[in-house]
Every structure is written in C-alpha cells, then in structure tokens.
Design a protein around this ligand. Structure first.
Ligand code: ADP
Ligand code: MG
Length: 716
C-alpha cells in the first residue's frame, strides 16, 4: 500500500482490494488479537477487505431527534435528547434489573437493563444531556426502552446521526464487545487508515456506460450512507458487480467447455439398453423420465462432454433414469459408476439396481468404506481390466487406487453431500473426461437454475409416477403428543410403518442426543407392550449397526424407526406411510421437504406430522405453513429462497454453485441477476476469452475472485 504523505495529498492514492486483502484486521487500531480471533471464527473475517464486505443488513434513520412526548409503542428505533435520573437496582437474583428515568421538557420515559448494568452507575451522571437510542415499547400502559444505547450528547460523533448501519452480530461477538456499533467503528477506522481511494474493479468505460457509482464511493456509502439516494446507488453497484462477475465466470467456462472438451461419443443405443427397456423394465416410464433420458442421450452423443444437472422431486424416479443412462454407457463399451453420499444409500442403490438387472449378465459391484480387503482388491482388478461394468459406492470410489479401464459416465446422487474437491478427483480418473450427471432432489427455482447454474445443462423430472396420493401434512403441538401416538397406532394397525425424526443438527450435540434417546424410550414404552418394535438410527452408530437397523425396518420387523436426519436423503421404504417430525421448527424448509419425501412412496395415503412447541418464531411459522399448504418441491424452494436466500438453502453453499454471496440476495435480486447475466453474455459474445484490451480488468477480476474454483467448475 502506498504510504500516505500529507504534503502530496493532492495526488489521489489508490489502494487495491488485493492489497486490502493482505492486511490483517488484527493490526487495525482498536481490534487486536482477541477480537480478530472472534471475527474470524464467527464471520470468517480476516482482512480489511473481508471487513469492508461485511455489510449492514439494515439501516436506521438517526437524522431525527424525537421529544419524549412524541414517543409511542409503535415506533421503530428512535433517539431522544434527555437527562437521566433515579438510577436504581430492582429485584434480586435472576429477576434483578436496573431502571432509570429519562426526561426532557416534554415528559419522562423509563429505561430498563436486564443485564450488563454493572458499570452503569459510574457512567451516568445527573444533569448531563444524553443521546438515548432504542426502541420504545409499551408495558402495563407505560412506555419504556429496554437496553438503550446512551452517549453524551455533546460527544455524540457523526456516526450517531443520519443513517446508521446495523450489522449482523452473534452472541459470541457481543461478548467480545463486537456489537453492531463496534463494527461500524471498525469500518470507520478502516476508511481513515486507508487514506486514499479503493481502486476500481470494473473498467472505466463500463462504469460510464452503465452510470455506476465508483467502488470507493459505493463501499463508503454502504457503511455510512450520505443520503438515501446515495445508499440506493451504492447497494445497486455492489450487488450488480457481485452477480455480474459470477455470471461472467460461469458463462466463460461454459463457452470453453463447449468449445474445447471432447467427450466420449455415445452413438449406439444397443443391446443392453434395448433389452432392459423391452424385457426388464418393471413399469412404464413417465413422460418426464422419457424426455430426460432423451435429453441425456442427445447430450452424450454430441461429441462434447456432458455436464448435466438432473433435478427431480423426491420420489420422481431418478434412480431408474440413472440406470438407463448407465446402460447407454455400457452399450458404448464404457464403464460407469454411481456415487452416493452415504453407505445406506449406496447399498440401497446397489440392491435396487442389481435387482432390476437380474438376468441381464451385467457385472455390478458395491464399494464402500466397509467393503472387505479381498473383495476390494477384486473390484479394483475388475475395474482395471474392464470386466466390472457398473460400480456403485460411496466416497470410497474416490480413492486413488480406484482406476477404471475406461469410464464413460459418472453419476452423482444427491450432489450437495459431496465436497468440491472430491468431485474434482473423480474427474481426474480418466484421460477422456467422462460425462457427468449430477442428480439432486433439492429443487432450485427454474429461473434461478438457468441463470445461476449457467455452465450446467439442466434436466427436470417434473412429474411423479402415477398412482401417488398427495401426502397430507398436519401441524400439531408438543403437548398433543399422546394424540400423535394414537394416530401412529392407528396406522400401524393397518399394517403401515412410521418414521419419527428428531433434529440433530450436529451429530455431536449432547443436548439433541438426549432428546432423541428420550423420544426413543417413550415410544418404546408405549408401543412395545402393544407388540410393535421400535428401532433407532443415528449418525454416531457404526455403518454396520446402521445397516442392521435399516434392514430391520425395511423388512418390517421394526414398525417405527426413530432417527435423526441420516434418513433424510434417498431412503426408500414404500410401506412407511407416516412421518412424524419432532421440533419441526428447527428444520429448514428443504430439509422438511426431503424428510416428508420418505413417505408417500407406496399406494397408501401418507401423512406427515410436524410437531412444535406452542411458541415459535415467525419464520418457523411461515415454514410450517408452507409445508402444510403444498407438496410441490419447486414451490417450497421458492418460499425458501424468499425466506432465507439461496446461500442458506441446503446444498447450494457446499456445492459452491452459488458461491457465497456477500451483498446480493438471490431471492430478492433476481432482476439484477438477469440483467447482469444479459450484459455478461453480451461481452462474451464479442470477446469470449476476454482478451480485448478494454476487457482486461474483467479477466483480472475473474482470476482473483475464482482462482480456487476453476477446476471443479467444469464438473458441476
Ligand atoms: P428419487 O427420484 O427420489 O430418487 P426413486 O428413484 O427412489 O426416486 O423412485 C421412487 C419410487 O418410484 C421407487 O420405488 C421406484 O421404483 C418408483 N418408480 C420410479 N419410476 C417409476 C415409474 N415410471 N412408474 C412407477 N413407479 C416408478
Ligand atoms: Mg434417490
């Protein structure tokens, strides 16, 4: 970074984001080791640049000072100029709190602190004017402000007037004195320390053409808005830029893939495919399945490497599509593999597929972490000499010792469980890149998929096999548990089976684990005497134990399966017609939808019961309402997008497909996204490699932003 010299301040000094990314936040005055560690842990903030891109989630108008007589319980955050008297401690123990009276010429209002008031008496003096900031609320017909922010009026810095930015913080951050105000202070210090301008990340001609605000100005205004209009422009510029570079990158790669990457050409539809289709297919394909198979066939025959995402709601029959595509690969003398995220799923796929292929003389094998050494060696050998045609498995497929004679098609099920690096390894298993088909049941709204997954081709199975009855979803409260038990019993009497799922967000959380075990015991006590066995699976069990429990449920030896979300993806037990989800308020929408998808797979009417405490947050309530009002995965994905933004939708983040957006919100900024995409296309149409002089900055930026992502982007 250039040193600042006051005598030369007429020259504008430019600092690049690259330079700012090299400056560790811990050296910034007022931060230090401890706070820096918390920032890193909680928000992943390490450099000045990271901090500048940690943007407010809302703003509060502090341009106006209210009088106390104007206050009502319906106002948002406000500020008053007042003196403070009668500071005292009330109550003892847990209910201890501190109160005071704030007064101006027009009236009085009570201030209340429930915690953190130890130092108050030393800080507040009588007859001093303060700027008091907070949200008035009404309690017993009296107004008060809980945990107000207080500054001496004459000392109130410019930070406290005009628009004030409010930053997301966490409990840990607050404990480390990193509340929203402190973050604002840090941003302020950064701008003071830079003492120059942040250099542009978009070419000058481009900024001029689209009348964008300059980067430096935009970053400043997003933290310290100088007016509502400036704030709006700043937000637009930053959102646009963020989405634009993602689009430019994806579209550039797509172009490259389509131009340079030769794939295996699957010209033949031969004996394997046709024999299976004519003699072994257990049911008529749905129209959607037929269409998707056609799309994949066309892709694989084109001479270009296929890179396709197959979306289909839970139960839409993706496995069969996968199998038929694998047969096309065999017809073209190529091996093929199917990779699943868990051992349970891999085993299930193996069972289903070997069963479907019975009598066809095709060699299929299963490779997982628990495959025995001898068998494992045989599999490796079979893959190398080409005698083994279809391999199904888990991460074990990725090990370096696994090499194929000639792999033509890789299918990845429930892709979001796989990390980016892992997919890259699959890719490297062959000289000619295999065709890749990624299957997912996490629906992505179509507009979003087309724009955001620009480098993937997308196929959608938008039709369920015939005869499925829509699942009935109900919401009930914890205290009605006995009613729920009776309902379960009624279903069991009809010969059905039930899942009861508990949240176990991280499998190591002791607290959740107790819930799960207590739930198991309760169910066992109720149902065992009536002759119904209850089983349990969770992530802490050894794979063999899990398998054992799953098999007992699959063969209907156990009638109820208590579990964590390990059963979330893919598990198929058509006789199970009831899904009870405990603490449903703690699950995300896509997860709830996945779980519900475990039932409704047979011909019987199926039910999903969502249990929650009486009191739940507004967002939770909306999620539950969405679930009870629709079975359509795409509708649910739209709702999820609106509620949370796609960064949080399970899968999108890990899959890297959305990158993590810092400023834009894909649920709300779809119009900006479309515009960014259109403009990116326009630029690439005339300069696909971004080699023109005037596009140099685009190329540099892409390199900087996406340098670690290049290799895997080809994969999905
Ligand atoms: P998912 O898309 O969730 O992976 P599966 O492939 O597990 O769905 O299929 C769900 C169920 O539907 C399976 O029992 C499968 O045998 C059945 N199925 C698939 N395709 C059809 C079809 N065309 N007609 C009838 N049943 C089908
Ligand atoms: Mg599946």
């Amino acid at each position: 970074m250039p040193l600042f010299c006051p005598a030369l301040s007429v020259f504008i000094i430019f600092v690049t984001l690259m330079e700012l990314s090299g400056l560790n936040i811990k050296f910034l005055p007022g931060v230090g080791e401890k706070k820096a560690a918390v920032l890193l842990e909680e928000l992943g903030i390490q450099s000045y640049e990271d901090m500048l891109y940690h943007v407010p989630y809302k703003y509060i108008d502090r341009s106006r000072i209210y009088t106390i007589s104007e206050l009502t319980g319906r106002l948002p955050y406000i500020q008053v100029k007042a003196k403070i008297k009668d500071l005292k401690s009330v109550g003892t123990g847990k209910s201890q709190r501190m109160t005071a009276i704030a007064y101006d010429d027009t009236g009085t209002i009570e201030l209340i602190w429930f915690k953190g008031f130890k130092y108050l008496p030393g800080q507040l003096a009588p007859d001093v004017e303060y700027l008091i900031f907070g949200q008035p609320s009404e309690f017993n017909h009296r107004l008060n402000i809980v945990h107000p922010e207080i500054d001496k009026f004459e000392k109130a810095s410019p930070l406290l007037v005009g628009f004030q930015a409010i930053y997301p913080t966490t409990e840990k951050m607050k404990k480390a004195f990193l509340n929203s105000k402190a973050i604002g202070k840090i941003q302020d210090t950064i701008f003071k320390t830079i003492q120059g301008k942040i250099s542009e990340t978009l070419p000058a001609w481009f900024i001029q053409q689209h009348k964008f605000m300059f980067l430096h100005e935009a970053l400043y205004n997003i933290h310290f808005p100088t007016s509502p209009e400036m704030l709006k422009e700043a937000v637009f510029r930053l959102k646009f830029e963020e989405l634009f570079y993602i689009q430019l990158n994806i579209l550039k790669l797509k172009y490259k893939r389509k131009t340079y990457f030769q794939g295996h050409v699957f010209q033949n539809i031969g004996t394997y495919f046709n024999t299976f289709y004519q003699q072994y297919l257990p049911f008529e394909l749905t129209n959607a399945q037929k269409r998707v198979i056609k799309e994949i066939r066309r892709d694989c025959g084109s001479g270009k490497q296929m890179n396709r995402l197959l979306q289909g709601d839970v139960g839409s029959g993706k496995t069969l599509v996968a199998l038929m595509c694998m047969l096309i690969s065999l017809d073209n003398c190529c091996q093929t593999c199917l990779m699943a995220p868990t051992e349970i799923l891999a085993t299930q796929h193996y069972d289903t597929i070997s069963h479907l292929l019975e009598g066809m003389n095709i060699k299929v094998a299963l490779l997982t972490g628990s495959t025995r050494k001898k068998e494992r060696e045989e599999i490796h050998q079979g893959l190398r000499d080409g005698s083994l045609q279809i391999l199904i498995g888990t991460h074990a497929l990725l090990e370096d010792v696994v090499t194929f004679q000639n792999i033509g098609l890789v299918i990845i099920d429930e892709q979001h469980r796989f990390g980016v690096a892992q997919r890259a390894r699959l890719w490297q298993k062959n000289k000619v890149p295999p065709h890749i088909l990624v299957m997912t049941a996490t629906p992505i709204p179509r507009t979003l998929a087309m724009t955001l997954y620009g480098d993937l081709d997308v196929s959608v199975i938008d039709e369920l096999p015939p005869g499925r009855k829509p699942i009935t979803t109900l919401h009930t409260y914890d205290r009605k548990r006995m009613d729920v038990f009776q309902f379960i019993e009624k279903e069991l009497k009809k010969g059905r089976q039930a899942y009861v799922v508990y949240p176990l967000i991280s499998e190591s959380e002791k607290f959740d684990f107790r819930d799960l075990e207590a739930g198991f015991e309760q169910l066992n006590n109720y149902f065992l005497p009536k002759g119904y066995k209850v089983g349990m699976v969770h992530g802490k069990m050894k794979p063999a134990e899990k398998d054992f429990e799953m098999k007992r449920f699959l063969t209907a030896e156990t009638k109820i399966l208590v579990s964590t979300t390990v059963i979330e993806v893919g598990v198929n037990v058509p006789n199970a017609s009831l899904m009870v989800i405990e603490s449903a308020e703690r699950f995300g929408l896509s997860q709830l939808h996945q779980l519900r998808g475990r039932v409704g797979r047979g011909a019987d009417q199926s039910y999903c019961i969502l249990m929650t405490p009486y009191k739940i947050s507004n967002d939770s309530r909306k999620r539950i309402e969405t679930m009870t009002s629709t079975n359509d995965g795409f509708e649910i994905a739209e709702a999820d997008l609106k509620l949370r933004g796609p960064g949080d939708i399970e899968g999108t983040q890990q899959s890297g497909l959305t990158c993590s957006l810092k400023i834009a919100h894909l649920g709300k900024d779809i119009l900006i996204l479309n515009e960014a995409s259109r403009i990116a296309n326009e630029i690439l149409a005339s300069d696909p490699e971004l080699q023109n002089e005037q596009n140099q900055l685009f190329a540099t930026q892409i390199k900087r932003l996406f340098k670690t992502r290049i290799t895997w982007r080809y994969i999905s």
